[in-house]
Design a protein. Structure first.
Length: 206
């Protein structure tokens, strides 16, 4: 596996996203994410977690359909998604996509933090987020089904935005500033975001 260009999909929940676009990825299922992979007729290359959200019958289904199982105690220092990321990093991947879905704000914030900590791309049914590269121009391309593009700065930052509906130069952002929310593309043309300083995440939203 390490001799190839590996891309990893980690899915932690059921989702309405079309997972077949990730058919050529290495698939890590976490908890009910294992069932999501099976529902899309995708191989579970690795199943991991404490599996406390699965019924005994569902757990047996996962065991029978995974190539590798990593089961941990429910009492641990990291959440299951981070365990899966650790397993993914051991493969030295070129890309990690993390899909989590659910009502718990704490879990969603943890997933958001993994974008910066591990440079993962995070998706749920309505959002697609990733870390912008600093000190260079990032080309942002329109994606089908996503209308808005927002920036969230996790530190004080400065950005240039061009070729979008709302453009700025040398624009200073405070941490978690809401000043660059809900931008839009122009006629489905790519835009450009230059991160002059700071740590900035881009969010596509439907």
């Amino acid at each position: 596996m390490n001799d190839q260009q590996v891309k990893v999909l980690i899915i932690c929940s059921q989702t309405n996203l079309d997972l077949t676009q990730y058919a050529d990825y290495y698939h890590i299922g976490v908890e009910r994410g294992c069932l999501a992979l099976l529902n899309h007729n995708l191989t579970i290359d690795l199943a991991c977690g404490d599996f406390d959200s699965l019924s005994p019958a569902e757990y047996q289904t996962v065991i029978k359909n995974t190539n590798k199982l990593v089961k941990v105690s429910a009492i641990k220092n990291e959440i299951d998604a981070e365990l899966a990321i650790s397993e993914a990093l051991a493969l030295h991947p070129t890309e990690i996509i993390l899909i989590t879905q659910g009502p718990r704000v704490d879990m969603q914030l943890a997933s958001f933090g993994f974008i910066v900590q591990y440079n993962v791309k995070w998706l749920n049914d309505d959002n697609y987020c990733y870390l912008l590269k600093p000190h260079q121009v990032n080309v942002v391309t329109p994606l089908p089904g996503y209308r808005y593009l927002s920036l969230i700065s996790l530190t004080p930052a400065k950005v240039n935005i061009t070729k979008m509906k709302y453009n700025v130069q040398d624009f200073e952002l405070t941490t978690l500033s809401a000043n660059v929310i809900s931008n839009e593309f122009i006629y489905d043309q790519p835009g450009e975001i230059e991160v002059l300083s700071g740590t900035v995440i881009v969010i596509y939203t439907k």
